[in-house]
Design a protein around this ligand. Structure first.
Ligand SMILES: C[S@@+](CC[C@H](N)C(=O)[O-])C[C@H]1O[C@@H](n2cnc3c(N)ncnc32)[C@H](O)[C@@H]1O
Length: 222
């Protein structure tokens, strides 16, 4: 397994204007790399934070069968309009994963909603409710415990995430998520993604959050 990749932070697909302000998609090249490395044609792939559907769209492109959960209705509807397996996209919360009728998966790839240590909002309600960092990490744990029941033995689980600079502080989100999810799955190590390009999510660093790199945390369901 490579431990360092250099990729261009660039999106291949146009999205509707209404999503431009909060375009936190993974570049397609990242998703394609991981699907090619960790899956084969016909495999079932889960994205529990489907966003604007990059994992699902690229998975269909390369002949995998995607499933996804997305909390925000407008985002879920957009994904459905872009994929063939429309019934595989659920508009709901991954905190309720157990209540959905889902098959066993060969691979899980996602990028979770981000939060900072100092933010008092709940990222898993799309920032509409109050919350805090400890609650966030506890919810990550709850979600991945439910994902465990859905993963085939020896399958891989990958989380794309970065630490966050800003407000004179660093939130070590990537490292804290690695620690939480390691309580559920075996941590196989991180792949550092060095991002080239003009500017990332918030125009701050090629990735965003004052960083030019992010991590893909790789776990195995041993
Ligand atoms: C970083 S984005 C994912 C972007 C995605 N990888 C893409 O390329 O389009 C995280 C997504 O998780 C969604 N989300 C937040 N809380 C959720 C929850 N409880 N269950 C499912 N999705 C959730 C957010 O609405 C957001 O669209």
């Amino acid at each position: 397994m490579k431990t360092f990749l250099i990729l261009e932070h660039k999106h291949e697909r146009e999205i509707p204007k209404e999503f431009h302000l909060d375009d936190n998609r993974n570049p397609e090249n990242l998703v394609r790399y991981f699907l090619n490395e960790f899956t084969k044609p016909g495999d079932l792939v889960l994205d529990p934070f489907a966003g604007l559907g990059t994992t699902l769209i690229v998975a269909e492109e390369v002949g995998r069968i995607p499933y996804g959960i997305e909390y925000v209705k407008e985002r879920a509807s957009y994904i459905k309009s872009q994929i063939k397996n429309k019934e595989n996209l659920i508009n709901g919360s991954s905190l309720e994963l157990k209540s959905f009728d889902l098959p066993e998966f060969d691979f899980c790839f996602t990028s979770p909603p981000y939060t900072r240590k100092t933010h008092e909002v709940d990222a898993f309600s799309s920032y509409t409710k109050e919350g805090n960092y400890d609650q966030y990490l506890s919810d990550i744990h709850k979600i991945y415990l439910q994902i465990k029941d859905l993963m085939k033995k020896d399958s891989y689980i990958v989380i794309e995430v970065s630490n966050l600079k800003g407000d004179g502080e660093v939130t070590t989100l990537a490292w804290d998520i690695a620690k939480e999810v390691s309580k559920v799955f075996h941590f196989e190590g991180e792949i550092v993604i060095g991002w080239t390009g003009d500017g990332g999510y918030d125009g701050c660093g090629t990735y965003g959050f004052e960083y030019d790199h992010s991590y893909c945390l790789v776990f195995k369901n041993k």
